[in-house]
Design a protein around this ligand. Structure first.
Ligand code: 4AD
Ligand code: MG
Length: 434
């Protein structure tokens, strides 16, 4: 027998000597002479060919009946086969069992979403789930890469906070020793704003929490958000920057994940067409006119719900920025629009294919008194925000930022109608286990 390579060898190697690989049995099928074992190693599926003639009657019969998810160490030679999932297959010489498997609950037959989510700890091993989380991993990396290349400094904002970040309606709170209530962060934004005065260009990327009581296809109670904040930056520059960021992300991830997208039956061309040009930018008032012209009974001043967001993205056939929403439906920190004081200098980016809002962003109010007035209107005690208000006292500058929901943009990339498969362990109003 020739040289045995280490178990870390990947099956992109095209050497003719014997290979040793470790992994799991995803499935097996074939006939009485040859069986094809789907072998999962490093998150990819390798086709392993088992020939009765080579292995002998007894070994062949044993492997033919091997339970799904048994873990194995296998040895064999690679051979080119354009029909095999990775363009090559391994001709098995020998193997040994590392860990036996009982009757595995997730089989190739159809299972309902509830069953699959109850078995999420095992469902993660399925091909589609592997592909989605692989894309998520690449997406996270590309996000960090983009901001590093743009000279942004990463600021890790706290998860336990003492003041409401976004809205008091969706807070998770917990007793915090003798200091009253602590809240799980709904956003890192207010802390990011403090850091922008030190570093000029900052971002944070981590889990955020919202006690969303609704069961929708796009709300999680724990989700990951990328937030960026830039000093000496107005709303228009902020929108341009987001446009560049999102189109970079999609292009990069599509380039890096061709086999995962294929697994998900997501045609990269669909997305590439959607991101070919800069995204259109319309005002909230224009959005209302478009909706009304399509028969929607929506008065000026009302928020745009998910269905209506879809009408807008279908109208444009791509993502679209909607800017300058009414002040009354947006957060306290958004800057009042000097040209129309009923509105604020903000923008949401609405993604196509039923995904809807993936970014919320704005220029921040610089005026000390205006922020206090808005806090009072929202019933938020200004004394909890003294540190935040200080920013308007000591060298205040125009600054803007935005937050992008990781699971939502991932749903767009993967062509998924629900965000719950876009995070390893989704947390929703009715789901905390596993
Ligand atoms: O629009 P939001 O609430 O904006 C903020 O939190 C700002 N403080 C961001 C900033 O300016 N720094 O949330 C931003 C994005 C949304 O557009 C959406 O993509 C995502 O976060 N998001 C959610 N994703 C999943 N589940 C939820 N419950 C989400 N809530 C918001
Ligand atoms: Mg929003």
């Amino acid at each position: 027998m020739s040289q045995t390579s280490s178990s870390s060898s990947s099956f992109s190697d095209t050497v003719s000597h014997i290979q040793e690989l470790s992994g799991w049995v995803q499935g097996i099928r074939g006939n009485n002479h040859v069986q094809f074992l789907q072998f999962r190693t490093n998150g990819k599926i390798l086709q392993v060919v088992l020939e009765k003639e080579k292995l002998g009657e007894e070994e062949f019969r044993f492997l033919k009946n091997i339970p799904q998810e048994t873990s194995l160490k296998i040895r064999g030679y690679f051979s080119e086969n354009p029909k095999a999932p990775e363009g090559k297959e391994l001709l098995l010489e020998s193997c040994e069992i590392v860990g036996k498997s009982g009757e595995y609950p997730i089989t190739p037959k159809e299972h309902g979403p509830d069953f699959l989510h109850n078995n999420r700890h095992l469902w993660l091993r399925s091909k589609r789930q592997i592909a989605i989380l692989k894309i998520r991993s690449e997406l996270s990396f590309a996000i960090r890469e983009f901001f590093r290349n743009q000279n942004y400094t990463l600021i890790d904002t706290p998860i336990l906070t003492g003041s409401v970040g976004e809205s008091s309606g969706t807070l998770f709170s917990t007793e915090y020793f003798d200091l009253g209530n602590a809240y799980l962060a709904q956003t890192g934004q207010l802390y990011l704003e403090t850091a922008v005065f030190a570093h000029s260009k900052v971002y944070c990327f981590g889990p955020t929490f919202r006690a969303e009581k609704s069961k929708t296809r796009r709300h999680l109670t724990e989700f990951w958000m990328l937030e960026a904040e830039t000093a000496f930056f107005g709303n228009e520059s902020n929108i341009e920057f987001q446009d560049e960021f999102i189109r970079y992300l999609l292009k990069t991830v599509i380039e890096r994940c061709p086999s995962e997208l294929k697994m998900l039956e997501r045609n990269p061309e669909t997305i590439l067409t959607q991101i070919q040009n800069k995204f259109p930018v319309i005002s909230y008032s224009e959005a209302i006119e478009i909706l009304q012209s399509k028969g929607e009974k929506i008065p000026w001043g009302e928020d745009i719900n998910a269905e209506r967001e879809n009408i807008l993205t279908e109208h444009f056939g791509t993502a679209v920025f909607v800017k300058n929403y009414p002040r009354s439906i947006k957060a306290f920190y958004m800057k009042q629009n000097p040209d129309d004081p009923r509105t604020v200098l903000c923008a949401d980016l609405l993604a196509p294919d039923g995904v809807g809002e993936i970014i919320g962003g704005s220029e921040r109010e610089e005026d000390y008194q205006k922020i206090i007035d808005r806090l009072m209107e929202e019933g938020l005690p200004p004394k909890d925000y003294e540190w935040y208000l200080d920013l308007r006292k000591y060298g205040s500058v125009p600054h803007s930022g935005f937050g992008m929901g990781l699971e939502r943009i991932l749903a767009w990339i993967c062509g998924l109608s629900h965000v719950r498969e876009c995070i390893p362990y989704p947390r929703m109003i009715y789901r905390l286990h596993p």
